[in-house]
Write a protein that binds this ligand. Structure first.
Ligand code: FE2
Ligand code: FE2
Length: 134
């Protein structure tokens, strides 16, 4: 089965560790949308959201560790973007627990997915010359 949001060549940074983690995030997001479409039991959604939160925290901590190691000049503004995304996921999880309207929930999921792609193509790609060229 094809993925709803396939990985694209242009998303690659050339940092193997980072690209592997970004692909994993894509897998989780695809799983979330698939669960939402009803291919999985609806009860899978909370588990997948928890996995998305946990893996996002892990991925951001990997990037932020590399920022420190390489003394990346844009690290502070980049970390702020990470923090705001974690807040978005936490808020969404809370909304879902309270019983979110499915149409609204779908819009939020699309916004999270778009945020991630914009972040990878924008802020993440800015660190390539600092982190990904050895
Ligand atoms: Fe990233
Ligand atoms: Fe990032």
């Amino acid at each position: 089965m094809g993925e709803i949001f396939p990985w694209k060549e242009e998303y690659n940074t050339g940092c193997e560790e980072i690209d592997t983690q970004h692909k994993k995030l894509f897998n989780i997001i695809n799983e979330l949308f698939t669960a939402f479409e009803g291919s999985f039991a609806e009860s899978q959604v909370p588990r997948i959201l928890k996995e998305l939160e946990d893996y996002t925290v892990y991925h951001f901590s990997t990037e932020e560790r590399l920022f420190e190691e390489r003394n990346y000049p844009l690290k502070e503004e980049h970390k702020k973007e990470h923090d705001s995304f974690i807040r978005k996921i936490k808020n969404f999880k809370k909304q879902m627990e309270l019983g979110q309207n499915n149409l609204l929930a779908f819009d939020v999921m699309l916004a999270l997915k778009d945020w991630l792609i914009d972040h990878i193509l924008g802020s993440d790609h800015k660190y390539i010359p600092y982190l990904c060229n050895d």
